[in-house]
Write a protein that binds this ligand. Structure first.
Ligand code: SR1
Ligand code: MG
Length: 411
């Protein structure tokens, strides 16, 4: 058995040995079964279960390159960032993240609560499951984690220290490239355009200078706006759900950035589920039923976030100048503007970029996929261009209905 005193990339048996020998998580004689269950783009995730007692643990280990492509060489320090932010989020938004049991800076792994009684939300939405508490849960998570880490609330020196400890250059660079740059110019030739939509993307994305300019402005917000501690990758693949529980995972992209980045990611990824349902559910009553539930969830995720943010602001703000009349409205308006812009960017990058989503790329019928991608891009562009005006759940639903009607479903 390895001593785990020098970093190496573990295989399933190593993870079992690690859980017993190093973590002392299991009794000697435990009957362990270990599987590598990671389906994300970056890391290796092992689930170790004792068949006798049912006790289990998840071990997440960072490798030095991304799983999706060796093009991405990444600091192993992202595992420390993930451990630290999960602990902090657990304090700020109790119950909405997995418990972390241990962090190991040598093996660059952390051990955490096994959430196998939950499902990854993206897959669950594609199975047309409903989560009536999700909007309430995610809006609480976002209001608490985003507002309580910003300058309006925190002691400014402590906030600056947090900014320092969450400097995350490699992971930020991925976002800067994949979200803000490549969808609009394919600078690194990593985009993968669905052939029937090639001309459409070339005209609507690469050929639209006004759009590229807006994406550039938003990119500088991401570079420069150390507003609050964001999750940094809050899509439906980073959320585990059960009807009564929501757990946000995978915060390794965390850094001090614009709050709207998280909110926009949530909205865009719910929109992807909506576009999939609207495009592929054949039976009209089932389609209407599921898309209506998603519409409610999209609108409530934003509108409840707005209400909770405002209520928490009144209770938690400590910075005296942030209490001046009108300041809260000005500050929050900026977050809503960023939210709309990021919703649009996320819709673009997950449609044409390297890291796609199953909701769209998994649509097998070519005519349906063509339509779904066009709906996403048409909506995205309005979100980006009209970000100064889009402020409510209803605004998003109106634009979504417009984009869907612009590209009718194939008969
Ligand atoms: C190279 S990583 C590609 C994407 O996967 C992660 O989940 C992030 O969304 C990133 O942009
Ligand atoms: Mg992830």
């Amino acid at each position: 058995m390895a001593g785990f005193d020098k970093y190496f990339l573990m295989k399933a048996q190593d993870a079992a040995d690690y859980a017993t020998g190093k973590l002392k998580f299991f009794e000697a004689g435990a009957d362990l079964e270990t599987k590598e269950i990671g389906d994300g783009n970056l890391n290796y995730i092992f689930r170790v279960v004792d068949r006798k007692s049912g006790k289990s643990v998840v071990i997440k280990q960072a490798g030095s390159t991304a799983r999706i492509s060796e093009d991405f060489v990444l600091s192993l320090d992202r595992n420390r960032i993930e451990n630290d932010i999960l602990k902090l989020e657990g304090e700020l938004a109790p119950g909405f993240v997995p418990k972390v049991y241990a962090y190991d800076p040598i093996m660059n792994c952390c051990a955490m609560e096994d959430l196998s009684d939950h499902l990854i939300m993206r897959g669950a939405l594609l199975q047309r499951k409903k989560y009536p508490l999700f909007a309430d849960h995610i809006s609480t998570f976002m209001a608490n984690t985003l507002l309580l880490t910003c300058d309006a609330v925190m002691d400014h020196k402590k906030k600056k220290a947090l900014v320092g400890s969450f400097i995350n250059p490699d992971l930020c660079e991925i976002t800067e490239d994949l979200v803000y740059t490549e969808p609009f110019n394919d600078l690194k030739k990593r985009n993968d355009l669905f052939a029937p939509n090639k001309d459409f993307f070339e005209k609507e994305l690469y050929g639209d200078d006004a759009l590229r300019l807006e994406a550039a402005k938003l990119k500088f917000d991401f570079f420069q706006n150390a507003q609050c501690l964001i999750h940094g990758d809050l899509h439906t693949g980073s959320v585990f759900v059960r009807p009564d529980s929501t757990k946000v995972i995978d915060p390794e992209f965390a850094y001090y950035g614009p709050a709207g980045y998280d909110v926009g990611n949530v909205l865009a990824n719910l929109v992807f589920a909506w576009i999939n349902a609207d495009t592929t559910i054949a039976e009209p009553a089932a389609q209407a039923d599921y898309t209506s539930w998603l519409e409610e969830t999209i609108a409530q995720s934003l509108d409840l976030f707005k209400q909770k943010w405002r209520a928490l602001w009144d209770k938690a703000v400590t910075e005296p100048t942030a209490k001046y009349p009108g300041f809260a409205e000005w500050y929050f308006d900026g977050i809503l503007r960023d939210t709309a812009g990021v919703t649009g960017l996320e819709l673009c990058r997950r449609t044409v970029g390297l890291a796609k989503v199953k909701d769209i790329a998994g649509i097998e019928n070519p005519a349906q996929r063509t339509r779904a991608e066009r709906v996403a891009i048409s909506l995205a562009k309005r979100c980006i261009f009209e970000r100064d005006l889009i402020r409510s759940g209803e605004d998003y639903l109106r634009l979504l209905a417009w984009a869907a009607a612009k590209h009718p479903r194939a008969k």
